[in-house]
Design a protein around this ligand. Structure first.
Ligand SMILES: C[S@@+](CC[C@H](N)C(=O)[O-])C[C@H]1O[C@@H](n2cnc3c(N)ncnc32)[C@H](O)[C@@H]1O
Length: 253
């Protein structure tokens, strides 16, 4: 719905079904504009929408309110938080730790902490923003997307046990995990090289039926993520499955 007007090309909007009313404003929004729009607005809007179809007493809603409305600044939409939450609930019976590459200020990590049970959560971030970029692929600069410091994130997550934070550039920081297996990995590092490195490290260490979730696969701002995922899985048996809004999920065979 948001790709109708791309790069200045005004494509005609698909005819709406007579039963579905698409607000005029939605038809004018491009993918990039949508991405630039505040996640807070998007998540709040979706939250209000979802209240009409689900009970606000559900644990996810209180978790959402706590992380997004109270703490703020999560770099995921409401729907993306739901996807991560649901997957984290499902992997309880699969052997292996949980990991996240791309922690920022720890909001998605807190979501994982609230659902992971007794599994160990490994968190990887430079805590100084993007460490490497590919200017021919993506429009980022080194140091961009800098979140909270290591100490701030450590303090923010201090109420949770079995959390190991590995500050510095991944995969240089991954050595303590070289003999571990994983049941769930959330890749949210935005760039081509970091996503590729994440896949190369975690994929061989995933348990059977373990899940890799990569954020921004469908984001027009992060073309490197799609490129890295598509290249990596071109010769693998698993089929990357796109989710709404921007994630892609892979279940290890
Ligand atoms: C979009 S933010 C993560 C957002 C977070 N998952 C959330 O939902 O709130 C991307 C993060 O990836 C980190 N990052 C990217 N490549 C990295 C690498 N190779 N090693 C460590 N951190 C990296 C950046 O420092 C940044 O904090």
């Amino acid at each position: 719905m948001f790709g109708w007007k791309k790069r200045g090309t005004h494509l005609p909007a698909p005819a709406a079904s007579k039963d579905v009313k698409i607000p005029e404003v939605a038809a004018q929004v491009t993918g990039a504009e949508m991405y630039r729009a505040s996640y807070a607005d998007l998540t709040l809007g979706a939250f209000i929408e979802s209240c009409s179809v689900a009970s606000v007493e559900e644990p996810f809603f209180s978790l959402f309110k706590d992380i997004n409305l109270n703490d703020g600044s999560i770099a995921m939409s409401f729907r993306e938080m739901w996807n991560l939450y649901r997957l984290a609930q499902k992997i309880g019976g699969i052997a292996g730790d949980v990991a996240e590459l791309g922690v920022y200020n720890g909001r998605s990590a807190k979501l994982l902490c609230r659902v992971k049970g007794h599994k160990t959560l490994h968190l990887f971030d430079t805590f100084s923003g993007l460490p490497q970029v590919s200017p021919d692929i993506e429009d980022f600069e080194v140091g961009q997307i800098r979140g909270d410091t290591y100490d701030q994130v450590k303090g923010y997550l201090s109420e949770f046990s079995e959390v190991e934070i590995h500050p510095g550039m991944f995969p240089d920081t991954a050595n303590p995990c070289k003999d571990k297996v994983f049941s769930l990995v959330n890749l949210d590092a935005d760039t081509y090289l970091s996503t590729r490195d994440g896949l190369e490290f975690f994929y061989p260490r995933m348990s059977q039926s373990g899940v890799i979730l990569a954020h921004d696969y469908r984001s027009p701002h992060c073309p490197g993520v799609r490129k890295a995922v598509d290249e990596f899985f071109a010769d693998k048996p698993e089929l990357p499955v796109e989710l709404w809004d921007t994630q892609v999920v892979i279940v290890k065979h």
